[in-house]
Every structure is written in C-alpha cells, then in structure tokens.
Write a protein that binds this ligand. Sequence first.
Ligand code: PNS
Length: 162
Amino acid sequence: MSEHTLAIYPGSFDPITYGHLDIIQRASAVFPRLIVAVLHNPHKKSLFSFDERILLIREVLGHMPNVKIDGFEGLLADYVRSTNAKIIVRGLRAISDFEYEFQMALTNKKICPDVETVFMMSGEQYSYISSRLIKEISMLGGDASYFVPGPVNRELLKKLRK
Ligand code: PNS
C-alpha cells in the first residue's frame, strides 16, 4: 500500500447509519484515501433521494481530510475502474451478510480481476443495525435515534410527517 492508496466504500446509504459511520472511520484510518460511493439507481425505490442521501452523509461525516463522497450509476466495477482504485471496502455484520457479500465480491473479481474486496467486521454494537429496519422502525413511529446520527433521525421524522 502506498501513501496514495485509494479505497472505495460503496453502498446505498438509504440512510447512513452508525454502522456505516463506524466502517468509514475505521477504513479511513487504514487506507490513505477513501471514497464513500453512493449508488444512484433510478430503478430502485429509495426512501431518500440520491441528493438527500449525499447531503446527509456530508452533514454527518463533517470534514474528514482523506474521505470524499461521490455518486455512481451502473456497475460498481466500472466506477471503481474509473477512479483507478484497487480496493472495495464492505462491512460485514453477521453471517447472514456473508452469502450476498461473497457473491458480490466474486462477481466483481471476475469483472475486475485487479480489484480486491476487503471486508471489515462491524463493531459489535453495530452488528445488527440495518437501514431497512431503521426505516421500518421510524415509519412505524419508533425511535431510531439509537441507530442513526441526529441529522438522519431528523430527516426520518420529516419523512414521517409527509
Ligand atoms: O448498501 P448496499 O445496498 O448493500 O450496497 C450494494 C451495492 C451498491 C454495493 C451494490 O448493489 C452495487 O454494487 N450496485 C451497483 C450495480 C452492480 O455493480 N451490481 C453488480 C454487483 S456484483
């Protein structure tokens, strides 16, 4: 690894959670440069629009000198290639994540053989957090503030009132 090594942390981030933040903080301590790459998929229904997800990540991350936020559309492998990065970072929460992640990592390896997927285990306090459950809790009137930073909870509550 050189002082310029770039890693890509891709995801939907709908919305960003404490679990994602944990991975971003830890990955940015390991890799000299990190891009948080937000998927823009016009065909997939998301609670937060692409722009809202980017704005929330920006607000929550604040200034991290070696972390950039970017968006991508289409194949992750193509995006990674366009950045010249050789590393994809993914968080692994539980065994249940394994199959999906294994499939994605192997598929990406086939399409882009010179790119490695590196997994980081989520911190134990974050190992059960998922954006899907957080949205459900919030939409059903529960308190999601244990799982997401203040600004995300604020926006979840706004969505609820709409
Ligand atoms: O946070 P998520 O939803 O688990 O992230 C999944 C993501 C965005 C990394 C994955 O769906 C993806 O890479 N999508 C882009 C399309 C693509 O490359 N698909 C093939 C993956 S092997």
